[in-house]
Design a binder for this molecule. Structure first.
Ligand SMILES: [Fe+2]
Length: 233
């Protein structure tokens, strides 16, 4: 405190009161410091929020899973659900578990279809169930046995691989593969996949262009293609 001010105050109030005033000013200063200290956790909360940001980044990285075969999920959140289509008359329950429906000597063009089962948030769904059934290259279904019928589960990255044959057309229908997809404990999606560039696609009243697989390689006798399923978890 300035000596002149202190002298003035001492003249008016006496030295005892001035001493108490100085103590009170000191207490006010300490309280102010204490309040400033109590605000520190608020600023410290900023780094504490960073793990949440890391979580988001981790999830984004998870949506870019690249485990194998060079097929990266082509998914932008929020993604539209894969549309449902009619089951048709040829579904058979209790399909055998197998990723390859292709058999030695089978006529037709071999097809390797890969991709992911994803949520609308583009998160891979591990252990998602996929049922596939289809006609053979001549448009014939095996309704007695299990030829070209089978189910499989996605791996820990939500990825699947189906090895089969390009189905033939049958009266009234363009080329298509039937499927059911289900996340663990989730609803069942029943629908169909189609092929690009097939003339009869436009004549098929069930055809949906959003269900066309993407051909990535065509060797004449075999095709490689990609399709990602977007389903409710
Ligand atoms: Fe069919």
């Amino acid at each position: 405190m300035h000596p002149r001010i202190e002298m003035f105050l001492r003249t008016i109030f006496g030295s005892h009161i001035i001493s108490m005033g100085i103590i009170m000013l000191a207490l006010i200063a300490l309280t102010a410091c204490s309040n400033a200290s109590s605000k520190l956790p608020i600023f410290q909360a900023t780094p504490a929020e960073s793990p949440a940001s890391t979580d988001i980044q981790t999830k984004a990285a998870q949506s870019d899973v690249t485990p194998a075969a060079g097929s990266i999920p082509d998914c932008t959140s929020p993604a539209s659900l894969t549309p449902a289509l009619t089951e048709g008359p040829y579904f058979t329950a209790n399909l055998p578990e197998r990723a390859s429906l292709w058999e030695d000597g089978m006529a037709g063009t071999k097809l390797t279809l890969t991709g992911y089962v994803l949520t609308p948030d583009c998160q891979p769904i591990a252990q998602a169930l996929l049922d596939f059934w289809q006609a053979d290259a001549n448009g014939q279904y095996d309704n007695r046995g299990y030829t070209l019928r089978g189910h499989q589960y996605t791996d820990e990255n939500g990825r699947y691989e189906l090895i089969t044959v390009v189905p033939g057309e049958y009266p009234g229908r363009t080329e298509h593969i039937h499927f059911k997809a289900q996340a663990p404990g989730g609803p069942v999606l029943t629908s169909q996949l189609f092929f690009p560039g097939v003339q009869d696609n436009q004549e098929d009243r069930i055809f949906d262009p959003s269900l066309v697989i993407a051909i990535t390689q065509d060797n004449g006798s075999s095709l490689q293609a990609i399709f990602n399923f977007i389903i409710q978890p």
